[in-house]
Design a binder for this molecule. Sequence first.
Ligand SMILES: [Zn+2]
Length: 488
Amino acid sequence: MHITELPYEILSKILEEAARANIQEGPTYTYGLSQVQLPLQKASTERYVRGPVPPELLKWDATSAIRLVCWQWHEWALEYALNDVYIRRWKGGERWAELTTRRDKYRLYELIPRPTGTAVYRNPFQTLERTVDTFSKYPQVAAKIKRMWFHGFYTAETDRLIFQSLKNCISLVSVSLPWTTVRHWDAAAWRTLLLGSGKPLRSLELLAVDPTKQQAEDPDNQFDAQSLQSVNFGELRRLKFFGDTTFMPITDRDLYAIARTATRLEEFHLTCISTITIDGVVAVVKASRNTLRVLEHSPRSQDGFWHPHPGSPSDSEHLCELLRSCPKLETLSISLPSVCADLFSDRHVQFGGDNAKFSGDLQVRALHICGHEHGRSTDEATDALEKLLHEARSLVQRRATSVIPRELYIELFFADCIFEPSFSSVHGDFSLAQIASRGQWPQSIEPSGKGPYGSTGLYEKEEEGPFQRINESEFLYGVRRKLLSIST
Ligand SMILES: [Zn+2]
């Protein structure tokens, strides 16, 4: 039997094995040169390993021979190598003329005992411009791409090029774009991307960084097409915002516009972004209330572990109830203005009062306890905290013993402490209370594995001492006896 007569699935498995073997044998790193040799200078140029070859290029290299065999193998190789495509800005603005860009020639290059180097200018947008060229010349190549990432392009001009390159990617299901596309693309461009002529886009990531001063000051880049209002996000299943910027940042207004149509999101992530408040998050959560499975809202800034204030909700809606009653919400990591026992149990139902579907790791970072937003360490607030911890613990037990048992691990960050209800543990810095009580309290003290290196997720706390672990009941006793405070 001839190999081309094999069923496609088997052939594809064989080719995949061959490509994997090629990846292992081929060069997996790129070279750089230490410095240019200037005239009359003795210092010699050294070769060094610059970094690993990105996985998508490894796949491209590994299938180069397969692509030449026949039409069918060529098609397979394109599909295999072009599933994921990363387009990055060329960093450094130059490359070494003598250093081959063909990695399959590295073995020959390594034989050169004394490498020399001449820096030649390289257009940092070349990869993007080439992509536009290739995709418009060979739309059948573009049609193979399922996922694309664009990194390092933030100007109106590059945003236009990004759209040009995406136009022919009709099988695209997932894309990661610079946030400036939200400002620079018009509604028609967004509609083309989201609904496409082939499959609708399922996952959209918007990545923000601070552009250079020159880019930020260029009036061309300051243009805002205000297109989100007239775009339909109804087919999108996953939306992610990542990173902080001061240049035309994503704000609550953008989230309100998205929430108008984003009614079927399954995952919604907001990470390291501090320009949105809880209001914007809630608008999207409500829009996708029936489908949302994963919600991650950690506004922590990138350059440290400082947490900005999550914002105060402008209407009086009880967010604990809203989150608990999302029928599919399983994975939750959120920063809330306040939290209470209602996040874990429904007080209006007598027995088994519970529609929470949480499982896996659940993290809540809260500034206050609901109903005690004054932030004082009162007995009532302590009672509410005790109830919250108790309800969290019973939800963990209910989930573990339900018809389909689910593991749930809850961590609560509040009042400079980390609470682990399932272990009845509280982690924090209790050294002052220890001194004040002359070593009488706390009794159950142990060293803690949590904190202080920023893993605590605390608000506005820059310096943290070493953490200790004590028993939850002892903690609550200490707060009631005023040995410790939960004021926030
Ligand atoms: Zn609450």
